[in-house]
Design a protein around this ligand. Sequence first.
Ligand SMILES: *[C@@H]1O[C@H](CO)[C@@H](O)[C@H](O)[C@H]1NC(C)=O
Ligand SMILES: *[C@@H]1O[C@H](CO)[C@@H](O)[C@H](O)[C@H]1NC(C)=O
Ligand SMILES: *[C@@H]1O[C@H](CO)[C@@H](O)[C@H](O)[C@H]1NC(C)=O
Ligand SMILES: *[C@@H]1O[C@H](CO)[C@@H](O)[C@H](O)[C@H]1NC(C)=O
Length: 427
Amino acid sequence: MYLKIPLTLSILLILTSNTEANVQIFKQWQQMDYYFPSPAIRQQAINSGNYVPENIIPIDVSVDYRDTTRVFITMPRFTTGVPASLGYTKSSSTYSIIPYPSYDWHSSHGKNCEGITSVFRVAYDGCNQMWVLDTGKIGDIQYCQPQLLIFNLITDKLVKRYRFNRNMYVDTSLFVTPILDVADPGRCTKVKAYIADVTGFGLVVYDLEYNKAWRINNKLLYPYPNYGKFTIAGESFDLMDGLLAMTITKAPLRQDTERSLLFHALASATENSVPLRIINNATIWENDANAMPDEFKVIGTRGIQTGAQAMDKNGNLFFVLLNPLAIVCWDSSTSYKTDNIKILYRNDETLQFASGMKVVTNLSGEEELWLVTNRLQKYMSGSTNLSETNFRILVASIRSLLNFKDKCNGSSLRNDQTIVFPDRNSI
Ligand SMILES: *[C@@H]1O[C@H](CO)[C@@H](O)[C@H](O)[C@H]1NC(C)=O
Ligand SMILES: *[C@@H]1O[C@H](CO)[C@@H](O)[C@H](O)[C@H]1NC(C)=O
Ligand SMILES: *[C@@H]1O[C@H](CO)[C@@H](O)[C@H](O)[C@H]1NC(C)=O
Ligand SMILES: *[C@@H]1O[C@H](CO)[C@@H](O)[C@H](O)[C@H]1NC(C)=O
């Protein structure tokens, strides 16, 4: 009833260009559109400035594979005009976003802290639960405390809320990414959430079992000025974003003897690690948030920025480079360097800024890579053209991406002569 987008744009189609890798567009949009409870409420949202399509940009994706598949998508409130910050779409049958868990949860626009204010990313714990990280902010205004919300995806009921105390965040904080480590799979009572504070330059750990959180500072959580300029498809913007992407290693990394958190700042060209044993020990951080600086290590450099990342069950890490616009992989049992980063799939159009990425196991037990791309460069410069395709959800079978091998392989990034690194001599 509220369709504005030509149907043809939303129909699942298969890309055949550039590669044999079977990367499909699950859905694409010129602008984000929502199902409102009624036409009157939709009109009211438009009239009151609470629905401004130019202001809405999708950031993350998550998939709830059950009898009816729901593909969740986040739309943070960088500014006003976003009717709902979290919603879902069902495979190819619906074209608009259905607010989650309901429109009412999103409609106070900062006035009601029992609801949801702004969500960048979500995480799935394997127990039919989705963890929603809410910044509590609209633009620069902190309306509510940041919070973690856990929803049961079968009942769609809130099962847990944790509000972060004032000493867990600073004025510039923005809690953008939650990554989960579940010690008791299938029960999910012993879960730790690692949370990226992208502009407060911190890492926050939340322990579900003890219902408490602690904050960690380290220089590797900061942006690097030499990597503060982003050029995507020929357009540039400056962004000094710190810690953004994280992943937990499946097995000890090369030379390590234990599992670690891998992480990087957005404005950086390095990948870093810290043992979970260190960041999981609340005592250390409650005494000194700046403790153990030498436990945080640069593991290598890729020479260029990347956004989101995700790891499969065999320890292959996937991410998308800014240049070339390509899905690449790195086998985490090798050293992190451009020789070992392999190009799997290039597409200059559809990969324009991958801000959200997940490895999802489908109902046949096969792993899939899901990502959201959003032409961030256009949003940053205010030049988004709502008559063009701006936003895409992409999906690929990991087996086909890896050419039916267990380990990441393909042509090395090092051998790609078209890559111009922003600054070869600095990391
Ligand atoms: C946590 O760190 C403290 C201080 O370094 C240490 O004494 C304690 O044994 C550690 N606890 C665990 C469970 O590793
Ligand atoms: C927006 O995109 C449409 C379709 O590609 C194009 O015809 C139009 O000229 C563009 N508008 C601007 C202002 O670039
Ligand atoms: C799971 O993914 C594999 C590989 O892409 C595919 O062959 C299979 O049909 C998928 N299963 C379901 C239930 O979607
Ligand atoms: C990986 O790819 C390279 C070529 O890029 C090839 O020489 C090598 O045999 C491949 N390794 C495996 C294990 O397939």
